[in-house]
Design a protein around this ligand. Structure first.
Ligand code: EPU
Length: 342
C-alpha cells in the first residue's frame, strides 16, 4: 500500500453522514488534492477496492459497514475563474460546503445561487443529484466541472450538456457512477440578475416581509427562514432532506388521482407529465410525526425521515419501505428514494 497516503482502517462514519448512522469504513482516506486520487489509482491494493466517494454525507443512508475505500473529498478553494459579457464564472473545489459557496457568491456580489441557500452537503455532491430548491436547480446555474476518471487516470471536463441533468438526476448516477470523482464545479452567474420568486411559498414569505423588489440577500434570507421552519437541522437531528423524489406520473394517471383526491397537490411539467407532492401523499397516509423505534417521519415535513438518536440505517430503511408500501396501496404511486442507500 502506498506509504504517502494516510489510509485509516475501521474509521467510524457516524459523524460523516447527516443521518448519523453508526457504521464503519474498512478503509478511509481524506482526499485533499488530485494527487491523492492518482496515488490511489497507482496503488495495486487500493485500486482494486470498491470506492465510495463521500462529500458532506447529506444524501446518503448507510445501513451497514462499508467494506471498500471511502474517499472523503476535502479539497477547498473558491475563485472567480472567468467572465464574459453575460456571466461571471465562479469555480469551487469539491470539498467546499455548498452553503459556504452560496454565501461567498453573495458577499462578493455575484448573485444567482441564492435560491439554493442552506442546502446541506458539499459542492462536489451537488451535480450528482442536481440539487434543487425554491424554483432553481443546479443545472440552471451550472457551467462545467472537472472530474478524475478512475478508468483512465485522466482529468476530464464536462460541460452542462454532458452531465445529462434532470430532476435529481445526472450522468453521475448513471453511466459515470463509480467511475469518476468530481474535483471542482464552475457556475455561470448572470451579470444581469433578476429575482426568481416563482415558488409560491418564497413569494409569500417575501410578501409577508413587505419586500416587493427583493435583493439576492433577501431571497437567501427568505429561503433560509422557510427551510429552518420546515426542515430539521442535520446538526441537531439526523436526516438527509427529502427522503423520496416527488413522483412524476402521466396525465391520465394524474386525472385518475385527481378525481379520487381533489386536494391532490401536483405540478404540471413541460413534457405533459405531472409531478406529485410526495410529502402530501405521505402526510395523507398519516405518517407525519410517526416513528418506528428511533427512526421517524419529521413532524413538519412528511417527506423527511429523521434519526431521533440511535436509529440504525436498517431501521430507517424499514420505515421508508413501510411508507412506500402504504403510498402504493392507497394511491397506486411508487416512491423512489432520493438518497443513495448502501
Ligand atoms: N406537503 C404536505 N404535507 C407534508 C409535506 C408537504 O401537505 O408533510 C405539501 C405542502 O404543503 C406543499 C407540497 O406538499 O403544498 C410540497 O411541499 P414543499 O413545498 O415542502 O416541497 P416538497 O415538494 O416536499 C421539494 C424538494 C425539497 C425542496 C422543496 C422546496 C424534492 C424531493 N424535494 O420538496 O428538496 O427544498 O421542494 O423547493 O424535490 C431535498 O431534495 O432534500 C429537499 C429538501
Amino acid at each position: 500500500m502506498s506509504s504517502q497516503l494516510d489510509i485509516r482502517h475501521q474509521q467510524s462514519l457516524r459523524g460523516l453522514n447527516t443521518f448519523g448512522t453508526d457504521v464503519k469504513a474498512a478503509l478511509y482516506l481524506r482526499v485533499a488534492a488530485l494527487d491523492d486520487l492518482r496515488a490511489v489509482r497507482a496503488d495495486p491494493f487500493l485500486s482494486k477496492q470498491k470506492h465510495l466517494v463521500l462529500g458532506g454525507g447529506s444524501n446518503l443512508l448507510l445501513t451497514r459497514d462499508v467494506d471498500g475505500l471511502v474517499l472523503h473529498m476535502s479539497n477547498t478553494g473558491i475563485a472567480v475563474t472567468g467572465e464574459d459579457e453575460h456571466y461571471v464564472y465562479v469555480t469551487a473545489q469539491a470539498g467546499e460546503n455548498w452553503h459556504a459557496l452560496v454565501q461567498w457568491t453573495l458577499v462578493h456580489g455575484y448573485p444567482g445561487l441564492e435560491n439554493l441557500s442552506l442546502i446541506p452537503g458539499s459542492v462536489g455532491a451537488a451535480p450528482i443529484q442536481n440539487i434543487g430548491a425554491y424554483g432553481v436547480e443546479l443545472s440552471d446555474v451550472f457551467h462545467s466541472l472537472k472530474a478524475f476518471d478512475f478508468a483512465t487516470g485522466d482529468v476530464i471536463s464536462l460541460a452542462k450538456a454532458d452531465c445529462q441533468f434532470a430532476y435529481r438526476e445526472s450522468i453521475f448516477k448513471q453511466a459515470l457512477r463509480e467511475r469518476t470523482v468530481i474535483l471542482e464545479v464552475t457556475c455561470a452567474l448572470p451579470k444581469r440578475w433578476r429575482p426568481n420568486i416563482r415558488y409560491a411559498e418564497l413569494a409569500a414569505e417575501l410578501e409577508a416581509w413587505g419586500v416587493s423588489q427583493p435583493l439576492p440577500t433577501d431571497i437567501s434570507e427568505a429561503v433560509i427562514t422557510i427551510r429552518r421552519r420546515k426542515l430539521p437541522d442535520p446538526e441537531k437531528i439526523g436526516n438527509a432532506g427529502s427522503f423520496f423524489k416527488n413522483p412524476v406520473v402521466s396525465r391520465d394517471e394524474h386525472a385518475r388521482l385527481l378525481a379520487a383526491y381533489p386536494q391532490l397537490i401536483s405540478y404540471p411539467q413541460a413534457d405533459g407529465t405531472v409531478k406529485l407532492a410526495a410529502g402530501w401523499l405521505i402526510d395523507q397516509c398519516g405518517w407525519k410525526g410517526k416513528s418506528l423505534g428511533r427512526a421517524a417521519v419529521h413532524d413538519r415535513q412528511a417527506l423527511v425521515l429523521v434519526n431521533l438518536g440511535g436509529a440504525s440505517g436498517a431501521q430507517l430503511l424499514e420505515l421508508a419501505t413501510l411508507i412506500q408500501c402504504n403510498v402504493r396501496e392507497r394511491f397506486g404511486v411508487s416512491l423512489e428514494p432520493e438518497p443513495v442507500i448502501l
